[in-house]
Structure formats: C-alpha cells, structure tokens
Design a protein around this ligand. Structure first.
Ligand SMILES: [Zn+2]
Length: 364
C-alpha cells in the first residue's frame, strides 16, 4: 500500500489534515464502528487541504457516513473551463431539469458571478460608436456580449446550484414528511453540536427522529402502492378495462408525450415542420416593420437628446433594479435558460452589465 501511494504520489487526507474522523461506519443498534473510508489526493495538494471531516446530515439512513474533503486549488475560475460542464450534466440538460435554488450555495453563486463578470470582456466602445447608414455592423459584437453574460450566469449556477430532474420528487411526498425530515436534520445538528455523544438524551432524540422519518417514508411509499393496487383491483373487478389500462399505463408505461396526429400530420418531421410554420407565421423580423422601427428610433432618439450628450444612457441602474425587483418567481426559463433567480442572486455587477447591454442595444 505504501509503495503504491509512493508510486502514484498520493497522500491520505487524514495524514495531511487536522482531522477528527473517528469512524466512517457506525452501526447504531450494535454500537460498532470503524474507519473504513479514506480519501487520497495528489501529494502536491496535501498542504492545501482545508478540512477533512465526516458529514452527519439526519437524512442519511445508511450506516456509512460520507466523508468530505475541502481542498484549496490555486488559480482563478475562467469562463472557458466553466463553459464545459461534464457530459453527465450536459446529458441531463437535454431533459426536463430544474435548478434547486433553495438547496444551492447562494453565497458561492454570488462570488462566482462576481468573479466571472469582473473578468468578462465588455465592449464599451459600442456605446459610443455609431452605425454606418441604415445597416448596423455591430450585431455580432452585441450578440457576443449578450451570450457571454448568459454563459456567465449559467456557468455560475451549474457549479453552485444543484439541478434535479423535474420528476425526481416523490409522488407521495407530504408536508408531514417534510416536517419529519426537518426534525431529523435539527436533531442531528443538535447532536453534532454537543460532540456526537453515543449515549444520553440527545443521542436518543437523534435516533428517534431519524427512525420516525425513515418509517414514515417507508409507510408513505407502501400506502401509495397499496392505493394503486386497490384502484387497479377495483377497476378489474368492475370489468372496467378501459379505466384499468388507463391507470396501468399512467403508472407503469414509459411516458410518451408524442401526439398521434397534429392537423392531420402523423410523422414527427412533418409535425415539427407544422410547428415551425406556425411559429414563423406568428413571429416576424421587427426590422421589417418599417413604421414601428422608425417610431422606436424616434422615441429612443428623443430620449437620448434629453440626456447628457456624452453618455448614451437611455437606461439607468435604477431602471434595471426596478425591472429586476418586479420579476415574478416560479416562471419557466426562456431559450437562454435564465430564470429570475439567476439575476436576483447574482453579484450586483450584473446590473451594470445589463445597463450597458440595453444602452448599447438602444444605440444600434
Ligand atoms: Zn451599429
């Protein structure tokens, strides 16, 4: 073992850090424990270990206790590395996923966005330069600035906010289970704060809360199954086969949202084409609407006239702040995957960037 560690230049975190790990496996009923899990890092990182500890959470029903190791790594985060999420996460992105802002590290998201926004290239020159004639040649630069902002917010969220599949919550989850879960977490925190004693009332309270929560989950899951069994048996005994198979498919078959036919089209390609046509018919290039375009230009021009000639600021910081504060939560993201929380939990530098973006857009 020693020669293997030497060969691959590995150091055990417990040897390198000030650690209080006594066990990583604890069998509550028998009171047996052992330290069977270890974490290793490259020897060059052994002085960078900040902490190495076990994680007691109150929601872990296993006898194994997870270990956590915090290592400081030199270098700043860059947008290039942040833009390359691991393939597993990328794969999950294609399906229906939601960011759990309530479970995320909002402080880390704030710092991450602050750092990324600080390092971002900002095309200040676009605020001053004018378009040549009617045609604007700066669209690509404006789009790049917008895309960088989106990439920054999405990258920061990807590294700090957990993402779950939208169907990951249990169908039998209730407010009562949530309460028991919180009780178990609180009991565990109190037990940890008093030095994780293996006897006494705090220990008993912790175990009691944990087992109560565990039993409640098991019962809720079983009741859910039984209710389904009852419903299926009832339909079967009533010889209501339509209802029986409907219920069966609802719970046991893979969900397929593909409709059989849309406007007489049955093939996926022709349905997609139909959707494309429908969206194309209801959307148009606003540049083609000459009268509205001229009206907007006149409006923006008159706004700019009133302002200081040296600054092309149609929008102020307070305009952006006002708009952000009036955003409503719980809305679906657009094509850029940005939701309200991306903006409101970000470093305030974002407001300055948004102000710049909108002012640049108004100039061109
Ligand atoms: Zn332009």
């Amino acid at each position: 073992m020693c020669s293997l560690l030497k060969e691959y230049k590995l150091t055990c975190c417990e040897d390198a850090a000030d650690t209080d790990i006594i066990y990583t496996y604890y069998q509550d009923t028998l009171g047996r424990c052992s330290a069977i899990d270890h974490m290793f890092v490259d020897s060059s990182l052994c002085h960078n270990i900040i902490s190495n500890c076990t994680v007691e959470s109150g929601v872990n029903f296993s006898d194994h206790v997870p270990i956590s190791c915090l290592v400081a790594v030199q270098g700043s985060v860059s947008i290039t590395t942040a833009s390359k999420p691991d393939t597993k996460r990328q794969g999950r992105n294609t399906t229906c996923n939601v960011l759990r802002w309530d479970k995320g590290d909002l402080g880390a998201y704030y710092n991450f966005t602050g750092q990324l926004l600080h390092n971002m290239f900002v095309p200040y020159n676009l605020l001053q330069c004018k378009c040549e004639g009617d045609a604007c040649t700066h669209k690509a630069d404006i789009n790049r600035f917008y895309n960088d902002l989106i990439l920054t917010l999405n990258s920061a969220a990807m590294h700090t906010i957990p993402m779950v599949h939208c169907n990951s919550s249990k169908p039998y989850w209730t407010a009562e289970l949530q309460e028991l879960k919180e009780d178990s977490i609180q009991a565990c925190k109190a037990w940890c704060a008093s030095g994780k004693p293996r006897q006494g009332w705090l220990y008993k309270i912790r175990l009691h809360a944990k087992y109560k929560y565990k039993a409640a989950i098991r019962n809720a899951a079983m009741n859910f199954e039984w209710d389904l069994d009852d419903e299926l048996s009832y339909c079967y005994l009533q010889k209501d086969m339509n209802k029986f198979w409907k219920k069966w498919k609802q719970h046991f078959s893979k969900k397929s949202t593909a409709p059989l036919h849309i406007n007489g089209h049955t093939q996926a390609e022709s349905i997609a084409e139909k959707f494309k046509q429908s969206f194309s018919d209801s959307c148009f290039d606003s540049y083609c609407d000459k009268s509205s375009f001229d009206e907007l230009c006149m409006h923006l021009h008159s706004e700019t006239e009133m302002l200081d000639a040296s600054t092309n600021n149609v929008f102020s910081v307070s305009d952006i702040e006002k708009a952000l504060s009036s955003l409503k939560g719980g809305k679906a993201a657009g094509v850029d995957n940005i939701v309200k929380e991306h903006l409101t939990h970000s470093h305030p530098a974002l407001i300055v960037h948004l102000k710049l973006l909108f002012n640049i857009m108004s100039v061109h």
